[in-house]
Design a protein around this ligand. Structure first.
Ligand SMILES: Nc1ncnc2c1ncn2[C@@H]1O[C@H](COP(=O)(O)OP(=O)(O)O)[C@@H](O)[C@H]1O
Ligand SMILES: CC(=O)N[C@@H](CCC(=O)OP(=O)(O)O)C(=O)O
Length: 291
């Protein structure tokens, strides 16, 4: 082993020590799952975290994967404030794609690396209780806000983390698809960022990491903001510097922090081993969200 490699391993020791038994919730976005090598790297990183004593819990998205299947079926995808408008046929496709190929793909790749991953949706063990979401949308300040009915889109009302705690205590790594159940047993499509934020809160996670396809939160000039607080976030959403899919991400990061989650970062899942670099280096990568 070169001394360089030894130095790197030794440098990681204080982090490994401080992370022991810590729960870390990772939101794995659909845009970060594009490349086979990256997916394998992600599976290896998650397995490594588990073996060195952390408790990783993965909540995955799959927006682009859902859109691709809908497209093949001749159904177009429409989003409002980062939420997919979801009618009944769309809901069937969402549940099929998220719970099927995407969830089981991640499970299988982690198990291939020697981890013990188990796939769940929010229906399993009553994990994600939800209710219908209404979207408040205001195009600009001079217009009154519109209330948009997005169909079978849900918001989380309650997380029952028993199934997660049971699995992690036995050495398993839960991999969660963002589908929830309503009070009458109806199925809801929930934005994966929001699910991940609520799960991070319910588990009082020490770390909450959102992996996406950009380096983090960018400013108006497209430069990375390494740390952003609630006030700047509000301003940047208002002037549309932050838009689309970044809005639910950043809102749930704030909510998680306000409710006891340790530290929250938004990182680029397209960077090889982004997760390890964020956790085990002093500089970190991406954007840290603060309140
Ligand atoms: N200020 C911003 N900084 C970074 N990304 C932004 C910003 N505003 C909007 N975005 C968009 O948000 C996207 C990430 O959200 P999304 O597409 O939902 O990703 P994911 O599938 O990972 O959840 C980025 O690819 C970018 O197009
Ligand atoms: C309501 C809503 O928008 N649900 C999302 C669920 C998947 C998701 O969030 O995937 P990403 O994290 O890859 O964007 C959707 O249907 O696309």
């Amino acid at each position: 082993m070169s001394s360089n490699v030894a130095d790197i391993l030794i440098e990681a020791l204080p982090y490994i020590r401080s992370f022991k038994d810590m729960t870390i919730v990772i939101k794995y976005g659909g845009h970060a799952m594009v490349d086979e090598q990256l997916k394998e790297d992600f599976a290896r990183d998650i397995t490594l975290l588990k073996f060195i004593g952390l408790n990783p819990v993965v909540v995955h998205g799959g927006g682009p994967q859902i859109s691709k299947v809908l497209d093949q079926m001749g159904i177009s995808s429409k989003f409002v404030r980062g939420m997919r408008l979801t009618d009944a046929p769309t809901m069937d496709v969402v549940e099929m794609v998220l719970g099927g190929k995407v969830n089981k793909g991640i499970v299988s790749q982690i198990n291939q690396q020697g981890g013990k991953a188990v796939g769940l949706s929010g229906k399993d063990g009553g994990l994600i209780q939800a209710e219908k979401l209404h979207i408040v949308y205001q195009e600009d300040e001079n217009k009154p806000p519109e209330i948009i009915d997005p169909g079978l889109v849900g918001q989380v009302t309650k997380i029952n983390p028993d199934i997660i705690n049971t699995l992690t205590a036995k050495g398993f790594i839960p991999i969660i698809a963002p589908v929830g159940t309503g009070a009458s047993g109806e199925t809801y499509n929930i934005n994966a960022d929001l699910v991940a934020g609520h799960i991070a809160q319910a588990l009082s996670a020490g770390r909450f990491i959102l992996m996406t396809d950009v380096d983090g939160v960018l400013d108006q000039a497209g430069n990375l903001i390494s740390s952003i607080d609630a006030q700047t976030i509000k301003k940047n959403i208002k002037d549309k510097t932050i838009s689309g899919g970044m809005i639910p991400k950043i809102e749930c990061a704030l909510e998680a922090l306000e409710n006891g989650v340790g530290k929250t970062h938004i990182i680029n899942g397209k960077k090889p081993h982004a997760l390890i670099l964020e956790l085990f280096t002093d500089e970190g990568i991406g954007t840290q969200v603060t309140i």
